[in-house]
Design a protein around this ligand. Structure first.
Ligand code: C2E
Ligand code: MG
Ligand code: MG
Length: 577
């Protein structure tokens, strides 16, 4: 590619000569007659090299260089001073600011060209090594994201891919697949009593035991903490799955010997069968988990197949479902706002709207309890509309009292997103509240999108055409890799708090988080770190150039009134950035 060379020189004749000379060499020269224009052109054109005069009216070349060096996108561009001044002190000043070379006028054509060639070559070497590091980081990230660092087993990210591979494409295919969710009984007690290091040893030993006890090699995945998933895809009948379950439960009857200590633990299993219990992996896992929970509730050391009546706490759910019907009209739903802070400035730049249900008898109920019920019953549609309407109204009010830059993020559930007229309703709300779409961000989780990729992309584009932004929420907790999600037109990536939790320089999470941030930057996505609770976590995300943070260390979700008070108080975050 033709190299772009920016020439900042106030003397027209000198500048024109250099431009001509460079053009004759097949380079692409750009001329600027003063420092300020030079900086603007550097930003707009990202040249491969800059030649800059030192003495210029209205700001010298040192000022230009120090400004460029502060801009991370421009700081790496080779910079050569051209000057008539040859005093040693000037030379040092330029070099200390980070100039790459210093040519004293008058210079010959070959001096100039050789200085340019040397710098371009050096830059090419640096870029090449950067690209190969990036490639390596991508490969590593891909491996880490697909494997569990403790046991070396594939993790749940691999699960979706595996399931896609084995799921029959022909509906006439009578193949069945069993998903076994294996959990250790009372594992948390072992962890608490014997320590996490011992718990980790046990988990490794458990992984080995599962592998050796299922002789026909099936896919084994470590799902999280003490959960393992086994996929049986070469079975013909439910009884084959029963045989594997019995064998597995039995295999735990022998003690584990760890650090010369014998320890007994039992395991329980929940089973869901494709296609009977579900057609997609999310549904199957959910049901296998429910069955596992049931096994453990009944004392553990056993297995259970999912059945519809298993639904946990069914009566409680029904009661909540009934009262949720009235929650909206009884004004029991409230929106809280969790501030989001720009890490470059420390200022509050917006908020995420989060639902709370003030239940008259049960007190405050969090969204993780009632949103799934609202989803199942379809109540999420009116509730979601109410959320959008209220949140937009609230932010608009804050715009009007002196915070016109505030951005609002609203969570969107699957059912809302797939509604045919969702976009239309959204436009209506934006118009009614007079909120410009550029201040609205919709947060979606990947499970909403992966079921029907094409339609999801179309819908996202239609929403984006309104001028709003789209964020992928809880990134890293699902089953898709960033390279898969890349096909969706996101603007923002929210790294889930499970990656940030207890992060320290050397933890595997730190490596994953760094790689995610780097890749997101390459894809031009803004990165939000969620759930920052400690100073260490904050320092980490600042150091690795996350754009925005959200977390208890700055503020929990606040009522509308409290959020307004926080804004008025001017509270800000001091950060290492
Ligand atoms: P989310 O969108 O990932 O929201 C972030 C959650 O993390 C919130 O939980 C927030 O209170 C919590 N959080 C923030 N900072 C910290 C921290 O430093 N430490 C810890 N431990 N937690 C922190 P919340 O409010 O319970 O919401 C849970 C989920 O419910 C949300 O996850 C979102 O998926 C869903 N949700 C909330 N409001 C709505 C809504 O209006 N519509 C829909 N569809 N879903 C909603
Ligand atoms: Mg969210
Ligand atoms: Mg989240």
């Amino acid at each position: 590619m033709t190299k772009k060379i920016l020439v900042i020189e106030d003397e027209d004749q000198v500048r024109e000569n250099i431009l001509e000379l460079l053009e004759a060499e097949g380079l692409l020269p750009i001329g600027a007659e003063n420092g300020a224009t030079g900086i603007d052109l550097a930003k707009a054109n990202r040249p491969d090299l800059i030649l800059c005069d030192v003495m210029m009216p209205g700001g010298d070349g040192y000022g230009v260089l120090s400004q460029l060096r502060q801009d991370s996108a421009l700081a790496g561009i080779p910079f050569i001073f051209l000057t008539a001044k040859a005093a040693k002190a000037d030379f040092r000043q330029g070099m200390e600011l980070g100039a790459d070379d210093y040519l004293t006028k008058p210079f010959t054509r070959s001096e100039l060209l050789s200085a340019i060639a040397t710098r371009l070559k050096k830059r090419a070497i640096v870029q090449e090594s950067y690209h190969s590091e990036l490639k390596q980081a991508k490969q590593q990230l891909n491996y880490w994201m697909h494997h569990d660092s403790l046991t070396g087993l594939p993790n749940r990210l691999s699960l979706r891919e595996k399931f896609k591979q084995i799921k029959p494409t022909n509906s006439k295919d009578k193949k069945i697949i069993a998903i076994l969710c294996i959990g250790l009984d009372r594992f948390s007690q072992i962890n608490d009593n014997l320590g996490h290091a011992f718990g980790d040893l046990l988990l490794k030993a458990v992984a080995e035991r599962i592998i050796t006890s299922v002789t026909n090699f099936y896919s084994i995945i470590r799902c999280n903490a003490d959960r393992f998933i086994l996929i049986l895809d070469n079975i013909e009948h439910k009884k084959d799955a029963i045989a594997v379950c019995e064998k597995l439960v039995h295999s735990f009857s022998q003690a584990f010997t760890l650090k010369n200590q014998e320890i007994f633990t039992t395991a329980s299993i929940g089973v869901a069968i494709y296609p009977r219990d579900g057609s997609n992996i999310d549904q199957l896992l959910d049901r296998a988990n429910k069955a596992l929970f049931q096994s453990q509730q009944q004392g553990g050391n056993q297995y259970q197949f999912y059945s519809a009546v298993l639904s946990i706490g069914a009566s409680d759910r029904v009661a909540l479902q009934t009262s949720l019907h009235y929650a909206l009209e009884r004004k029991e739903l409230h929106l809280y706002y969790q501030p989001k802070v720009n890490l470059a400035t420390g200022q509050v730049m917006g908020a995420e709207a989060l639902l709370r249900w003030h239940h008259p008898e049960r007190g405050i109920i969090g969204p993780t309890r009632f949103i799934p019920i609202a989803e199942e019953t379809g109540l999420i549609v009116p509730i979601g509309e109410w959320v959008l309407q209220n949140a937009c109204q609230q932010i608009k009010k804050l715009h009007d009292i002196g915070f016109p830059y505030l951005r609002l993020a609203v969570n969107l559930s699957g059912r809302q997103f797939t509604q045919i007229d969702f976009r239309q309703k959204l436009v209506k709300i934006l118009t009614a509240t007079n909120l410009h779409p550029q201040y609205l961000e919709l947060e979606l989780t990947e499970n909403i999108l992966v079921e029907n990729t094409e339609i999801a992309i179309r819908r996202l584009n239609a929403l984006k055409a309104l001028g709003l932004t789209i964020a992928i929420d809880d990134f890293g907790t699902g089953y898709s890799s960033l390279s898969y999600l890349q096909q969706f037109p996101f603007d923002v990536l929210k790294i889930d708090q499970c990656f940030i939790r207890n992060i320290s320089e050397n933890s595997p999470n730190a490596a994953i988080t760094k790689a995610i941030i780097e890749m997101a930057n390459n894809l031009n996505l803004k990165v939000i770190a969620e759930g920052i609770e400690t100073k260490e976590e904050l320092d980490f995300v600042c150091q690795y150039h996350c754009d925005i943070m959200q977390g208890y260390i700055f503020s929990p979700p606040l009522s509308a009134k409290e959020f307004k008070e926080l804004l008025i108080s001017g509270k800000s975050l001091s950060c290492v950035h």
